[in-house]
Each structure stands twice: as structure tokens, then as C-alpha cells.
Design a protein around this ligand. Structure first.
Ligand code: SAH
Length: 241
């Protein structure tokens, strides 16, 4: 099954953009995923192809019209999750990315200006997604982020099938740091343990660094990781032991 991505945007020429290159680009050429960038403006009804209007209640900027967006959305093949890119949305997580990548694809709405008329989210089944606590000029780069994260998880896309599972955020921890040759650079050497050939010791070092770095760099993740362990309900097999 191909992961079918449809992007609703005022700038379809921005796609596939960076996703036409490297791993994602190769997967696209191989047909492991498909991309359809649809111009929202094609669904405008007036002579000037207007898609936005001034905000009700006043204020700066323009708002994307709900009737135009709904028409654009309703014209797409259904049966896929619909995501709207917005800084007001739920922060994207690796867990959600995994779910999306395991599904049929996604329809992604890219905002511009001040964003969407709120009634769009009341009148349609739409998941509001944020890629982080900062504001972009448009949803296109956010959509590229979502797709990049999904596409690399599709079957056959990444070289080593195992390289997905140890990454940062997969286990709730940041990944351990990496090193490669040269062995010495500006007087700095690669940690001795990584050259020991002792796989158990290496695994233990990596686990310790993953935990230590998460604790120091991302206390929020560390707390959640520990909370998840402490609060995890007993599984049946544990109870019987
Ligand atoms: N007025 C809005 C911001 C609009 S930014 C607000 O303050 O909430 C214009 C568009 O960029 C948005 O509609 C959205 O599609 C996109 N965008 C901006 N920041 C984003 C983020 N952190 N995550 C996802 N999309 C974002």
C-alpha cells in the first residue's frame, strides 16, 4: 500500500521541495509514497480567486475562508486523516508519526496569513497539528516536516530496518551521541569504550548516556520517561509472578 499524501496549499510549487531529494526523494520515485499538491486557490469562486478575508472583530492580517477550504478538502479522496498545520495544534510526536506512517496517508492543510477560520475545525473532522512552539510564515514547511518524519518510516525506505528503533524519541529518551573516524581530532578522542569491541559494555555506556543526556537536556522528557515507568500498570503476567 502506498502512503498517499495530499497537500492543500496556496503554494503547490513548494512540493516536493526537499522531499524530492535523498531518502524521501528516492522513495517517491520508487512509488513508496505519492504526493499531490493541490492549489487552494482553484476552489475560489470569484473572478479574483480570493481565498481570504479580513478578520471578524478587526485586527491585523487576513484569515483563510472556511467555505473555500472546505470545498478544497471535500474534493479530495477521503478515508485518510486530515491534518491542519497550526501553532494552536497538538505538538507532533514520534508516536503520532508512527501511527500516520502505518496508515493510508494524510491530507495536510497548510495555513497562511493569520490562519484558518475556526469553523473549519467544527464542521470537519480535522486534527490540528503544531510542529513546535514557534511561528512560521506558512504551513508548507510544517507539512514537509510531518511528511519527512512519516516517509522515512515507510517499509523499505530506510537502509537498515533497525535504524528506526534506537533513535531519539522512540524510547522516550534522546539517543546516545555518535562518533566516527578520525580517532583523534584537535586533541579530542573517541570515548575508549566505543573502541573496546565489548558489545555489552558499549550497550551499557550508550544506555547511560541516553539517560544522562535526556535528564540534563530535556528534563521534561526525563520526567515523563520515569513517570511512565513508575506508573505503568502491572501487566497480567507480572501479577501472576
Ligand atoms: N495567527 C496564527 C499564526 C499564523 S502563521 C497564530 O498566532 O496562531 C501562518 C500559518 O503558518 C499557520 O496557519 C500555520 O499553517 C503555519 N504555522 C505557523 N507556525 C506553525 C507551527 N508551529 N506548527 C505548524 N504550523 C505552523
Amino acid at each position: 500500500m502506498t502512503f498517499a499524501a495530499t497537500i492543500l496549499t496556496l503554494y503547490p510549487e513548494m512540493f516536493p521541495g526537499p522531499l524530492g531529494h535523498a531518502i524521501a526523494g528516492r522513495a517517491l520515485a520508487e512509488g513508496r509514497w505519492s504526493l499531490d499538491a493541490v492549489n487552494i486557490r482553484d476552489f475560489a469562486t470569484d473572478r479574483h480567486r480570493t481565498v481570504d478575508d479580513t478578520p471578524a472583530g478587526g485586527g491585523a492580517g487576513m484569515v483563510l475562508r472556511v467555505d473555500i477550504l472546505a470545498a478544497a478538502l471535500d474534493a479530495q479522496a477521503q478515508g485518510r486523516p486530515v491534518l491542519a498545520m497550526t501553532p494552536r495544534g497538538k505538538p507532533l510526536s514520534q508516536a503520532r508519526v508512527r501511527q500516520l506512517a502505518a496508515g493510508p496517508g494524510a491530507i495536510i492543510l497548510c495555513g497562511r496569513f493569520e490562519g484558518f477560520d475556526e469553523r473549519l475545525f467544527e464542521g470537519r473532522d480535522i486534527e490540528e497539528v503544531s510542529i513546535g512552539d514557534y511561528v512560521l510564515s506558512g504551513g508548507e514547511t510544517a507539512a514537509l516536516v510531518v511528511l519527512d518524519a512519516c516517509v522515512r518510516l515507510l517499509p523499505g525506505v530506510m537502509g537498515a530496518a533497525s535504524s528506526g528503533v534506537e533513535e531519539s524519541h522512540e524510547s522516550g529518551l534522546l539517543e546516545y551521541p555518535h562518533y566516527t573516524r578520525p580517532q583523534e581530532w584537535e586533541g579530542r578522542t573517541i570515548p575508549e569504550v566505543l573502541r573496546s569491541g565489548d558489545h555489552a559494555k558499549i550497550a551499557a555506556w550508550r544506555q547511560r548516556r541516553a539517560e544522562e543526556d535526556t535528564r540534563l537536556r530535556r528534563p521534561d522528557l526525563w520526567e515523563r520517561h520515569n513517570g511512565a515507568r513508575v506508573n505503568r500498570p502491572l501487566a497480567r503476567s507480572d501479577e501472576q509472578e
